[in-house]
Design a protein around this ligand. Structure first.
Ligand SMILES: Nc1ncnc2c1ncn2[C@@H]1O[C@H](COP(=O)(O)OP(=O)(O)OP(=O)(O)O)[C@@H](O)[C@H]1O
Length: 511
């Protein structure tokens, strides 16, 4: 496929707000996409590079180059060239990278240049495209849209489904079944303001403790146990004690969902950073396991003995879980089968208070008859946390002063706008530890797109979790609000910027 075709469709899709038009444009594009181009076309459409980070900023791209009159570049050729540029390193590589990129841009038409520059600097503005693209794919391949959506959910990847579907047609969808050993994206939660509000929204439900650990999906097939993160990374080798515990469960083949957490001798959670460092570390696993042991705490079962449980009500999935996992390795919970009853509501509220007193983060309230919506922020899970937090994207950072000089410190924070752009909500340098300052100075340096000596602007790729005390009106910031007492809790490297909170979410929290 020619880059010109993809660039034009990308610009047209961004320019229209009508979903049906977006689907039609993308369906046309997919009809002309060769299966081998799928791993390039899909990421390019959503503004991502298949290579991940290439470390190319405005400075590497250099001055404008005269565009080519006629399109000639194929996407595969462009992609191979970018891989080669990404691989150049060492002394003098910067000039070499720039020269190659200039040559590439010189072979591109004006539209293609615009697209390439935006792609390379992370500025292709597309809102959440995956759902629209899945429907477009269904239309292009003549498959039922709900079957394609389910396959995408189970594969955890639009790209994988697109490739098979375009190569083999609708029969290919049958291969995307829930399978032990192949992780699926986890179900996620929305936020509710209080337990009572959540109970009112959900009806018959269960209130579970919300542990501040790391999400894991556990797959067991006989003696083989594998552990996956929320972003589907295989972390089996890092957590031998979890795999050992799971091997003791009575079933032979199953998939469970839960949280891994480091607890102190008193049973209270250790600081989140300790759990995160433990799960993130590949080095000296045995030593780390001895100093910071972690335990699994499960809350759902997705498959047991070859039976796919995803569409069953939560009550039944939980019964299956309870048949496999001992109680001490399941989340604490209290049933709220009749939320209209005053006693039930009181007990649910009291459960939140006890959970917080035990040092946990809050509760997740789950509708009893809801299926498991893999990969979705389903409306049937609502979390309630006393501390308000938002996952925001770092847009820029200011050079620090005094003790922090030479370090990038004050962060400019943005929420996702409706068109895929970011809307700045405020700044903060509070809560940053020395380790975080050092880390972010390096990481933001890599993402830099400009430095005026005071503010370094960056590609919007890093997600950071911010606690705040409330919203206040502001004439300085474009959404008309800013965060009161914003402080950094932690970086969320497990989240992509497309998963950050939206301006709409932020505004809905106004009281
Ligand atoms: N009992 C539980 N049920 C579901 N998720 C739980 C539970 N206890 C802890 N969690 C964690 O809480 C998260 C649910 O919140 P959400 O889906 O919004 O994810 P998140 O964006 O990572 O949120 P947060 O930053 O609040 O953890 C899960 O991803 C999981 O890691």
């Amino acid at each position: 496929m020619l880059l010109a075709r993809l660039a034009r469709v990308s610009l047209e899709v961004a320019a229209t707000s009508a979903r049906s038009r977006k689907v039609a444009l993308l369906a046309d594009l997919f009809r002309d996409t060769a299966p081998q181009d799928v791993p390039i076309v899909i990421p390019y459409l959503s503004g991502r590079l298949p290579q991940g980070r290439l470390g190319i900023g405005w400075s590497t791209l250099g001055d404008p180059v005269p565009p080519a009159a006629e399109p000639s570049l194929a996407v595969a050729e462009v992609n191979a060239e970018l891989t080669a540029v990404g691989a150049m390193s060492g002394a003098g590589s910067q000039a070499g990278r720039r020269a190659r990129l200039q040559r590439l841009l010189g072979a591109a038409t004006a539209d293609e240049q615009r697209f390439l520059r935006a792609l390379l600097t992370g500025e292709v503005r597309q809102g959440a495209l995956d759902a629209v693209a899945a429907d477009a794919l269904a239309r292009a391949a003549g498959a039922p849209p709900e079957d394609v959506r389910r396959a995408v959910m189970l594969a955890g990847s639009l790209q994988a489904v697109a490739r098979e579907l375009l190569a083999r047609g609708p029969e290919a969808l049958g291969a995307f079944r829930l399978t032990v050993g192949r992780p699926v994206l986890p179900m996620l939660a929305h936020t509710a303001g209080s337990v009572i509000e959540a109970l009112g929204k959900l009806g018959p439900c269960v209130v579970e403790e919300k542990l501040d650990g790391i999400r894991v999906q556990v797959h067991r097939d006989g003696d083989e146990v594998r552990l996956y993160t929320r972003t589907l990374d295989d972390i089996t080798g890092r957590l031998p004690e979890i795999a050992a515990a799971v091997r003791d469960f009575p079933g032979e083949r199953f998939i469970l969902d839960g949280e891994v957490i480091a607890l102190g001798a008193d049973g209270r959670p250790r600081p989140f950073q300790e759990t995160a460092a433990r799960v993130g570390s590949r080095r000296d696993v045995a030593g780390a396991a001895a100093t910071v042991p972690v335990v699994p705490v499960f809350f759902d079962a997705l498959s047991v003995d070859g039976r796919d449980l995803l569409d069953l009500p939560f009550t039944e999935r939980h019964a299956a879980l309870a048949g496999l996992v001992p109680e001490r390795m399941r989340v604490r919970r209290v049933l709220a089968a009749d939320p209209a009853d005053a006693g039930t509501r009181e007990a649910a509220d009291a459960f939140l208070a006890t959970t917080l007193a035990l040092g946990h983060e809050g509760v997740v309230i789950k509708k009893l008859d809801a299926p498991y919506s893999a990969g979705r922020r389903g409306a049937s899970w609502l979390k309630v946390k006393p501390v308000h937090t938002l996952d925001l994207v770092v847009l820029a950072a200011e050079w620090g002063h005094g003790r922090r000089s030479g370090k990038l410190s004050n962060l400019h924070l943005g929420a996702r706008g409706p068109d895929g752009s970011y809307v700045m909500l405020g700044k903060t340098f509070k809560g940053l530890t020395d380790t975080m300052l050092a880390w972010q100075t390096e990481r933001l340096g890599e993402l830099s797109t400009g430095d005026d000596g005071h503010v370094v602007t960056v590609r919007p790729e890093l997600v950071v979790e911010i606690a705040y005390d409330g919203l206040q009106r502001s004439t300085r910031y474009p959404a008309g609000v800013t965060l009161r007492f914003a402080r950094v809790l932690r970086y969320r490297e497990d989240k992509r910027p497309q998963e950050a909170d939206t301006v709409e979410t932020v505004l809905s929290r106004r009281t």
